[in-house]
Ligand binder design. Sequence first.
Ligand code: NOJ
Length: 770
Amino acid sequence: MNKLRGYLSSGALIASACLLSAISGVVAAQTTPLTNQEAHRRAEALLKQMTMEEKVGQLNQAAGIVIPGLATEKPDAAIAKGQVGSVLWQFDVKELNRMQHVAVEKSRLHIPLLVGFDVIHGYRTIFPVPLAMASSWDPAVEEAAQHQAAKDSRAAGIQWTFTPMVDIARDARWGRIVEGAGEDPYLGSAMAAAQVRGFQGDSIGPDSVLACVKHFAGYGAAEGGRDYDSSNIPESLFRNVYLVPFHAAEKAGAASFMSAYMDLNDVPATGNRWLLHDVLRQEWGFKGFVVSDAIAVGNLQTHGYARDPEDAAYKAFTAGVNMDMASLTYIHNLPKLVASGKVTEAELDTAVMPILEAKYRLGLFDNPYVDESKVDAQLSSPEGLALERKLAARSMVLLKNDNHTLPLSKNLKKVAVIGSLADSTKDIEGGWTVEGLFGGPGKSHPVTVLAALKDRLGANINYVPGVAPAREYPSMFDAMTGAKKLPPPTDAEVTDWIARAKAAAADSDVVVAVLGELASMSGEAASRATLDLPGMQQQMLEAVAATGKPVVLVLENGRPLDIRWAADHVPAILEAWYPGTEGGDAVADVLFGDVNPGGKLPVSWPRTAGQEPLYYNHNLTHEPEDRPSFTSRYWDLTTRPLYPFGYGLSYSTFKFANLRLSKDRINAEQTTEVEVDVTNTSTVAGDSVAQIYIHQQAGSASRPVRELKGFRRITLRPGETQTLKFSLGKEELQFWSPQTKLWDVEPGTFDVWAGEDSTASLHAELIVTK
Ligand code: NOJ
C-alpha cells in the first residue's frame, strides 16, 4: 500500500468523460441466481475456450487507477487483451462502467471484470468501525450493516469487498485492531459469520457482494504491535485462537480469502503452502479463491523468501494464491512458468475456475453494468442512514457512570463542549471510507457530536475545540493527499485554550469532552508506541474537571487508550468508537437516554501500553497475580486491565442467578444445557449481554483461565426475568492439543461461569467422562 503514495496528485479519480455516452443506460434485466452446479458447468465450458494467457489474465488483479511507480497507465489495453480478471481501487461508477465495456466488448471472450474494493463498514452511509460493531455483542448489527453495504456496493458497480477482517488483536498498539472484532475467537467467529451472511446473503447471487476474509492468517500477532512485523505463533495458539474466526467465516460460505503480508513463523503468509493449501483447502475444504494482499506476491522477494519475481510467482501460486493483487508478478511470470512446465496447465485451470464460477454466480455475464442514474439515490437512502444511527448507538459502551451522571437532563441550560474531535466530520466515520479513502471529502454528511448537541440544545452550547492532535509521522493517506503536518501548539496557545476551556466549563451545567484519536491514528500502518490521549487533550480534560463541574467523557477512537486519569476523576465515560455517518446523533441518543447503552468491550482495556499484549484468555501462570511475593504482577503495576473483556454498563442494572446445568456429568459426545436467570433490577428497560465462560481444569495441555463459549444480548423490562439457555458440547469443549495434535474433548472437570463480563463469579462445575 505504501506504493499508493502520491496517487491522488495524478488526478486519477476524475472520470474519463470520453466514452460515457457509449455506456449510459446499458443495463440488462435482473437475473435469477445460478445454482453452483450451473455456474460450474458454464465456467468449465468457458475455460475450454481460453488460451493459457487468458487464463493467467483472470488471475491478475490490476489497479483501476494510475499509481505512480506501480501502475503507470490505466489498465485498458491489458483488459482488452484479456489480461485482467479483476480491478481494484476504483470506485468512480462511470469509470467502472467504462472499463467493464472494454472487458465485455473488446476482449476476445467477453469476460466481465470482477470489481473489488475495501467496503469495510459501509459505502457512503458509513457504519461504526468494525471494532465498534463487535462491541454491540449482537451479530445482527454486523449482518444488517454489511447487507446495506452490499446493496450499496452492487448499485455502484462493486461486486467484491475485502471484508471481513477477522484478525484476532491482543495488542492495542497495533493500528489495525480497529478493523476487527477484538481479542476473542468465539465473539470474533460470530461477527465474522454475520458479516459473510450480510455481504453474500443465503447464497451468492445478483444482489450479493463476495466477502473476502482477511488477513489469512496471524497478522494481528505482529511483534510489538508493529504493523507488518513478523508473527511467531505456536501451532496450538494458532489453531485454538487465531484461525478460529477464519474457519467460522469459511463455514459461513465466504467466497474468497486474502493472504496476509507478514512472515508467519518465518514463512510469509502469501507463500505459505501449509496455510493456504494444507489447512485452508485440505482440512477445511475451502472451494473459493485466494487473493494476495496488495503487492504481497511481489513482496515475497522483499521478504527475502523469493529469489526474483519468477520465483515469487512460483512460490505464491504453488502455495495456493489464485489471484495476484496489483503486483503484476503473475501476469509477467506465470506464462514462463507454464511454458517451462514448473506450473502445469491443469494447476492453472484449478486456480482460474473458482474466479469464473464467482463471476457467473454474481450474474456478471448477464448484467455487467450498473445504472448510473440510480446510484446516488441508493447510496444516500434515508433507510440506510436510519439504520446507521440505530446500530451506532447499539455499539457504544458505557465505561463509567458515577452518581447517575448519565443520562443527561433534556432541559440543560448550558453545556460546555471540549475537544476538536467534537466537530470533526473527517474523524467521526473512522478510516476506510470508500469515497473518502484517498483523502477526498467523500459525499456523506456526517453528523458530529457538536452538531447533534446543538440540534437538541440550540444556543446553549459553548464550544472550545483546542488544537487538534496530529500524528508525528504522516499516515499513508496524508502522504497521498499531500496533507501537511501542522506544527504543535505553542505554549502560549496551550495556555490560552486551557483558560478558555476552564471558563466554558465554569459557566456550564455539564461538560461534554469529546476526546480520542484522529481516524488516521489507527488502521493500516498506524501502530503506536503509547496509548496516551494525543496532543493537548489530557490537559484540556484535567482543566475542565478541576472546575468541579460534572464531566462526561465521550471517546472517539479506534483502540483502547490510556484513560487512567479519567477513570479516576471523571464521573461518566462513554466509548463511542468511530460511530459513523449519524454518529453524533447516536451519541446524543445515548447521552440523553433515548437509547439505553448495552455494548460490551470486545477487548481487555489496558491501563497503559506497557501491559500489552493483554487479553483475558491467557494461561494460568504457576504464580498468579494474587500470590504474595513470587508473582507475575509487574512491581509497578497490576497486570489486570482497567476494564475487563466483556464489560460495559447500562442505565439499568441486572442480576444473574441460578446457574444450573441440565447434566453436570456428560461424556465427550454429549451436550449439556447451561441455564441462568437474568433479571432487570432497575426501573428502566435495558439490554444485558449474558456471557458464558469455561475453563478446563487439567488435561494434555494448559488451558486458558477462561474462554467465552456463549453470549446473548437481550432486552429486559424493569423487573423482568428471562431464563437463558446455552449449550456446552463438543464444539465448545474441544481444543487442539499440542501433544496429540488433534481436536478433542478431553475427560476432566470444567469450570463454568455466567455473568456480565469475563470476571463473572456465578460458578458451576461440569464433569466430562470418556
Ligand atoms: C492492503 C490492506 O492490508 C488490505 O486490508 C486491503 O484490503 C488491501 N490493501 C486492498 O486495498
